[in-house]
Design a protein around this ligand. Structure first.
Ligand SMILES: *Cc1c(COP(=O)(O)O)cnc(C)c1O
Length: 410
């Protein structure tokens, strides 16, 4: 992690200046960092038939989607709306994989009609898909391998109680439905959760898929999902991508030999691509002393960045406007009328009213999880790329909050 706090810059643009130019609260993304992360993954698997399907839900801004498309990415989407955003950003339908959970069959047929890839995660929808399209529409199957992986229970999605995927124990049922409707299964998929640290978790999942794959003769790819970890604090370990590749590549080659054909290897990284590239800039409204703690109240809250409250996520905070201040301890809180803590007992250079603070690692599941709670407009978004800070989403206004409301004529 870059430690330097003085004159912090984002893509060679001083962060303070960006905050002053576009105002706060403000999301800022470093486009080059996004492209670099994408290339890190791509280079680690060089020589393999690799497809990277950026998990759009992490950050769906159209300009970010477009930037990743130009870098060579495909897309993984979890709603028909995300699929349509992807197409607005220039993705071809065949570059998009639809990996929904618990959606209506009508949404799946809509995706089929758009021509995007389908990933099925329950037996009921597999049966419906087979009955309607038979062999005409190939699909991928999301398998739940029953592996416990990932940092905390809100982001573990591959264990036995998880709602995601079809249990590997139901392989016979899957095969029965596939056979009776002659469904072409073009891929097998796992996504076992976010924040996976060790290559071991991937390998466990991979081995489950390799074994199951022998039963499906029409495969074109195996998808290992996302969940690569990035560092949030200095002591954190990011997923070692090269170590993962060193284990997975020979195992995958070995599997392809047994299978009799070379398949594509897919990943769906979200957080890994955009987390570290994103920053949330906020302004200090009030410094409030109590007998126990000193609160720093900022012009944002969990309406804009929910991760600290929702996942107990740690986000490093930088005081952009007083980097040399004396270190003191603060509780950094939002302006929402609700317990709204960004950071507890956090040591920061002295914070004064009017200072601009910056949260790091805010690119993934930041803006995309934001809301209008307390009737607050959502922040603007800026993408720094090619030596320029581009406004890529305007700040919301009061008009946006009332746009779809109807005042009844009593
Ligand atoms: C959310 C999601 C991802 C991305 O997860 P990250 O932890 O952000 O890498 C990948 N695949 C699927 C199916 C998802 O739902």
């Amino acid at each position: 992690m870059q430690r330097q706090q003085n004159n912090f810059s984002i893509g060679q643009q001083p962060a303070i200046r960006i905050g002053q130019e576009f105002g706060t609260p403000l999301y800022v993304y470093d486009g080059q960092k996004i492209v670099n992360q994408f290339n890190t993954l791509r280079n680690a698997f060089q020589g393999m038939p690799l497809r990277l399907k950026y998990a759009a839900k992490a950050l769906t801004n159209l300009s970010v989607l477009k930037l990743l498309r130009q870098a060579g990415s495909d897309l993984d989407v979890v709603s028909i709306e995300e699929a349509r955003l992807g197409m607005m950003a220039g993705y071809q339908p065949e570059q998009i994989m639809f990996t929904p959970s618990g959606v209506a069959f009508e949404e799946i047929t809509e995706a089929v009609e758009l021509g995007i890839g389908i990933n099925i995660d329950n037996l009921s929808m597999l049966e419906k898909l087979g009955r309607k399209y038979g062999s005409a529409v190939p699909c991928c199957i999301r398998i739940n391998p029953h592996i416990l992986a990932g940092g905390n229970e809100k982001i573990q999605v591959g264990h036995i109680n998880s709602k995601f995927g079809i249990s590997i124990d139901y392989l016979p049922e899957i095969l029965r439905i596939v056979k009776s409707h002659r469904i072409v299964i073009n891929g097998l998929h796992i996504h076992t959760g976010s924040d996976i640290k060790q290559a071991g978790a991937f390998m466990q999942g991979a081995n489950v898929l390799f074994e199951a794959a022998m039963q499906f003769p029409d495969l074109a790819f195996i998808s290992f999902g996302g969940g690569f970890k990035v560092a949030y604090r200095e002591a954190d370990h990011a997923t070692d991508i090269d170590a993962l590749a060193a284990e997975l590549v020979p195992a995958f080659r070995n599997f392809c030999n047994k299978y009799g054909r070379d398949l594509e290897i897919w990943f769906e990284p979200g957080k890994f691509i955009v987390s570290e590239a994103g920053y949330l800039l906020v302004r200090v409204n009030v410094v409030k002393q109590t007998p126990a703690v000193t609160f720093v109240g900022v012009d944002s809250g969990f309406n804009h960045l929910i991760r600290p409250m929702f996942y107990d996520a740690y986000h490093e905070i930088i005081n952009l406007t007083n980097p040399e201040g004396v270190l003191r301890k603060y509780n950094v809180v939002g302006y929402i009328c609700e317990t709204d803590t960004f950071a507890k007992d956090r040591q920061l250079p002295e914070v004064r009213e009017g200072d601009i603070l910056m949260f790091r690692n805010a690119g993934a599941y930041g803006f995309s999880m934001s809301s209008n709670y307390n009737s607050r407009p959502r922040p603007a978004e800026v993408l720094v790329y090619g030596g320029k800070a581009h406004l890529v989403r305007k700040r919301e206004t009061l008009e946006d909050l009332v746009r779809n409301q109807v005042i009844v004529d009593f």
